[in-house]
Ligand binder design. Structure first.
Ligand code: ATP
Length: 581
């Protein structure tokens, strides 16, 4: 396929915010994509090079891209830099510069999608001496043969900032429209569809379920093109990360029972961080909730799982909780979060800040996919395969009951022990990866917080010079757009020993700086902060339509991917609840 065909679709998608319209354009593109190009197109359309479970990044800095634009155009670095300052988007800069150049050039051949993909993938493999030059060459080679609009999207893809906003739901629906045998009467004028809802939802569910298991739209699209039987063959593969099931929130035990039914499985809600652990081919892989591989950082977890979980291959879902080895007291998440990103002296830190693994689910066991088995059976299996030892690995503490008073007592006992509250789970429910479907709900003792992404900041002055301060926060909408909801500085410390500090946060943010204008810095959404606040207010100032009154940083949520931050819907829901109160 020609790259310009893909670029045409990017342009159309960029010009609309309507989900159905985007779905239409992508599905039309998929229909004309050959099986050979499907894997590439399903990734590139969302500006990606790897499936969702694969955490490799392109990781090329803006400065390098700027050099490549210069190599391809000969426009001169200062001129390009000036344009960048003015326009703010290097993609648009590349488009303009290549357009100026191309007035004098005739395009003799068309750039192929496969060529773009191949050069971009090479970028992710180059390391060591001379790597900057080689990377510049690879990008410049593409830009030299690109038409202006193509240059725009090549640059945005390289910078992992495509700006077209295609959420998982849109991608899934596009596959349904393109390949599944269900009538979708799309009306382009009214931007609406006319479908048999029941039949349509069934098909959507089949595609969603294949995606939940594989975390890979390329595999799903390829299978969908062949038919339902092929989709149903997609299964979990130990070793390939899968999205974790998420919980809805309830504010009372009553509401909890209403949501999950009676009797319910009630468990302690431990205050640690999520760990998904895979065993396959005698190998153990430890993943965070953002599906980052942290096996190296947690050598003791690997040992516990090897020694104390029976089975040749499995995927288990757990909460890792820190404790103080001197007092045997459990610690809140903040204390152990540093273990997630520690790259050196790992053994030493593991001794100082050990963790206990609380296992609460099993998704795959010895060749069998258990996602559709009822929770009750999965729990029973867990209890059989784990040899518990306190402060190493245990099965999460549970109570099965229909009795509200008993459940409340269990909740109080949990909170007294320092846990966050309880989880209530449907006894017959399947495991739904990546969803907040309400098969499990959380009941917490503390006021709720929001997890928001940093999208901007300001360089500090005086005592705070050299540090980023005043962080602009954003939530996310269904299409993956980050929407601002105000700034925060309170809660971040000057002295690192007092908690998350400006120095630390600055170091975390520096690699993600997209652009600077005076003291203002635009930051790629990567770092998630947990934010406490007094109240959510409607606000015309910010793109989300909301702002926080008295926001305060609680901690950095390093276990969270940016796209797993609080959604606009959650903010709205919270706002409505507040109004009622
Ligand atoms: P929170 O910020 O409230 O911890 P979250 O938004 O990070 O929640 P949720 O899915 O909404 O994530 O809440 C459930 C989280 O609670 C899980 O991701 C998991 O890390 C943690 N947890 C602790 N104990 C349990 C348990 N027994 N069963 C399931 N999850 C548990």
């Amino acid at each position: 396929m020609k790259y310009s065909d893909l670029v045409d679709v990017y342009e159309k998608i960029e010009s609309t915010s309507k989900r159905l319209e985007k779905t239409h354009y992508i599905s039309e593109l998929l229909k004309k994509t050959s099986a050979e190009d499907i894997p590439t197109i399903t990734l590139l359309i969302r500006g990606r090079l790897f499936p969702d479970w694969d955490k490799r990044k392109i990781g090329v800095a803006s400065k390098l891209v700027l050099k490549a634009i210069n190599t391809a155009s000969g426009a001169g670095i200062p001129a390009i830099e000036n344009m960048w300052k003015e326009i703010g988007d290097l993609g648009l800069v590349a488009e303009k510069v290549i357009d100026n150049k191309s007035q004098s050039t005739l395009f003799s051949f068309s750039l192929k999608v496969a060529k773009v993909f191949s050069n971009l993938r090479k970028l992710t493999k180059i390391e060591g001496i001379g790597s900057v030059d080689r990377k510049t060459q690879l990008i410049a080679e593409l830009l030299s043969s690109a038409k202006p609009k193509e240059a725009k999207y090549i640059v945005r893809t390289v910078l992992e900032d495509l700006r077209v906003g295609i959420g998982d739901g849109t991608m899934r629906d596009s596959i349904v429209w393109a390949y599944m045998s269900v009538r979708v009467g799309y009306d382009a004028e009214a931007i609406s569809i006319d479908v048999d809802r029941e039949e349509y939802n069934k098909v959507v569910e089949i595609v969603q379920s294949a995606y939940d298991k594989s975390n890979d739209f390329s595999a799903v699209a390829l299978a969908a093109k062949k038919g339902v039987a092929e989709l149903e063959k997609i299964s979990l593969i130990p070793g390939n990360p899968i999205k974790v099931m998420l919980a809805q929130k309830v504010t009372s035990m009553e509401e909890g029972f209403e949501k999950v039914g009676s009797p319910a499985v009630i468990e302690y809600k431990y205050d640690g961080f999520r760990m998904q652990i895979h065993k396959f081919k005698n190998q153990i892989k430890v993943l965070t909730r953002r599906l980052e591989d942290v096996t190296k950082q947690f050598p003791e977890v690997v040992d516990y799982v090897k020694e104390r979980v029976e089975g040749k291959s499995f995927i288990i879902d757990c909460e890792a909780v820190g404790f103080d080895p001197k007092t045997d007291k459990y610690l809140v998440f903040q204390h152990i979060s540093q273990r997630i990103r520690r790259k050196y002296n790992i053994e030493e830190l593991a001794k100082k800040l050990p963790i206990e693994l609380n296992v609460f689910d099993v998704l795959f066991y010895n060749g069998e996919n258990l996602l559709n088995k009822p929770l009750k059976e999965r729990r029973e299996l867990l209890e059989k395969i784990i040899k518990e030892e306190k402060f190493k690995i245990i099965v999460s503490k549970k109570l099965v009951t229909s009795n509200k008073a008993e459940a409340t007592k269990f909740y109080e006992e949990s909170v007294k022990k320092g846990n966050e509250g309880v989880m209530l789970k449907s006894i017959d429910s399947p495991y739904k990866p990546g969803s907040r479907v309400g098969f499990m709900v959380k009941l917490k003792s503390e006021m709720d917080t929001l997890d928001l992404v940093i999208v901007g900041a300001e360089w500090g002055e005086g005592k705070r010079s050299g540090w980023l301060t005043s962080f602009t926060l954003a939530c996310i909408d269904d299409d993956g757009n980050y929407l601002e909801m105000g700034k925060v500085g309170t809660g971040v410390k000057e002295k690192p020993e007092e908690g998350l500090s400006f120095g630390e946060l600055t170091e975390m943010l520096k690699p993600h700086i997209k652009q600077e204008k005076g003291r203002e810095v635009i930051i790629k959404p990567e770092i998630v902060l947990e934010i406490k606040f007094e109240e959510i207010q409607a606000s015309p100032t910010y793109s989300s339509g909301y702002a926080l009154r008295f926001p305060r940083v609680v901690q950095a949520r390093e276990d969270r991917r940016p796209d797993e931050c609080s959604t606009l819907d959650m903010v709205k829901e919270e706002f409505e609840k507040q109004k009622k109160k």
